[in-house]
Design a protein around this ligand. Structure first.
Ligand SMILES: Cc1ncc(COP(=O)(O)O)c(C=O)c1O
Length: 357
């Protein structure tokens, strides 16, 4: 007995945790600053953490009302019907829902290169195939409908990441609309807004309300600081929203996860503080890093440092963990998560000392 042929499948290499790195380097975990996974360095919404504690005693029950309440709350916030909100196990889980609902065996998805690895992985898990469109460094990773349409060849799903990981660029809404107009009726434009709270850009949910071929992905992992809870959602066109009930069980988002999400949505102060910190950090990095940077609308900044792997290793030895972008096809770059002013000062100090080593 053997699994099916998985030779096409790549392994998801998550950023290493603080404890792991500290152990390897013989450092005190307290001395390390992790700026490699675009988490919220301020921690979770305090209201969400309180809700998790408060509901710990009810986890013997299936997550019924909390699931419904969260869906209704999100539907209300986004002004869509509750059927149009697809809750899932993080943004990754949302991608799996789209793959499950849309991809027939052998159909292709078109994904950005450089780009977020899980688009391709999810498609392959679901018997799909993968093609790429390029975002070019020479154009500062600008995202236009034409750049995508040049590569488009009838794929079933086209992924647009706005703000884009790892570059921070965005695709304006009129370009998303042009892209949807320029693709077949049977193609979904999936707008991944995992970093949407940090962007000065309207959500593509405006298009979801008007059309049947645009969907949006959002997550609680970034601005809300709930990466460990695994909570994301899709906003999908009304016409095919009922597919959700056929591709998932109502219990795949846990009780504490739903409770945390509901509480986080009521924590405006935490979001405001987070977004303000990110804006300050981005400016600090542009101005102070001895490296070319790109203007970012996410909670991270891409920097061209020469040898990304060498700089990442050297910075790590001094307690600063950033993301080497070799796996994105940008071996000359690192991606730095935005942190507190103190963390940014220390990160810049360390990075400037090791750039071009
Ligand atoms: C562009 C993008 N989309 C989606 C995700 C998925 O995040 P999660 O599964 O934690 O919600 C990430 C995570 O880093 C991301 O960078």
């Amino acid at each position: 007995m053997e699994p099916r042929d998985l030779s096409d499948h790549s392994v998801y290499r998550a950023g290493r945790g603080i404890e792991e790195v500290a152990r390897d380097l013989g450092l005190d975990p307290e001395a390390l600053v992790k700026l490699s996974s675009n988490e919220n360095v301020l921690g979770p919404s305090p209201k969400a953490a309180a809700a998790i504690r408060e509901h710990a005693d009810s986890v013997h029950l299936y997550p019924k009302s909390s699931h419904t309440d969260l869906i209704e709350r999100l539907a209300d916030d986004w002004n869509v019907a509750s059927e149009q909100v697809w809750l899932a196990n993080g943004g990754d889980g949302v991608l799996d829902c789209f793959s499950r609902a849309l991809i027939r065996p052998g159909e292709r998805v078109l994904v950005p290169r450089p780009g977020f690895a899980y688009y391709a992985m999810s498609a392959r898990y679901h018997h799909g195939e993968v093609t790429n469109y390029r975002l070019s460094k020479a154009d500062d990773f600008e995202q236009t409908a034409d750049a995508v349409l040049d590569a488009y060849d009838g794929e079933r799903i086209v992924a647009v990441t706005s703000p884009h990981n790892p570059t921070g660029s965005v695709m304006p809404l009129d370009e998303v609309e042009r892209l949807a107009d320029g693709t077949d009726e049977d193609t979904l434009i999936l707008v991944d807004e995992a970093y949407g709270e940090f962007a000065d850009l309207p959500s593509a949910v405006d298009l979801v309300r008007e059309r049947d071929d645009v969907a949006v992905l959002r997550t609680f992992s970034k601005a809300y600081g709930l990466a460990g809870m695994r909570l994301g959602y899709g906003l999908v066109p009304e016409d095919w929203a009922d597919a959700y009930a056929r591709i998932h069980t109502p219990f795949d988002t846990g009780e504490l996860t739903c409770r945390a999400g509901l509480a986080a949505l009521d924590d405006d102060a935490h979001i405001e503080e987070t977004v303000a910190m990110v804006e300050t950090a981005r400016e600090y990095l542009y101005e102070n890093l001895d490296a070319r940077t790109w203007e970012s609308q996410g909670n991270f900044v891409l920097a061209e440092v020469g040898d990304g792997e060498a700089v990442t290793d050297a910075a790590q030895r001094e307690g600063i963990i950033v993301r080497d972008c070799s796996s994105f096809g940008l071996p000359e770059c690192v991606r730095i998560t935005c942190g507190t002013p103190e963390q940014m000062e220390r990160a810049v100090d360390v990075l400037n000392g090791v750039i071009d080593t």
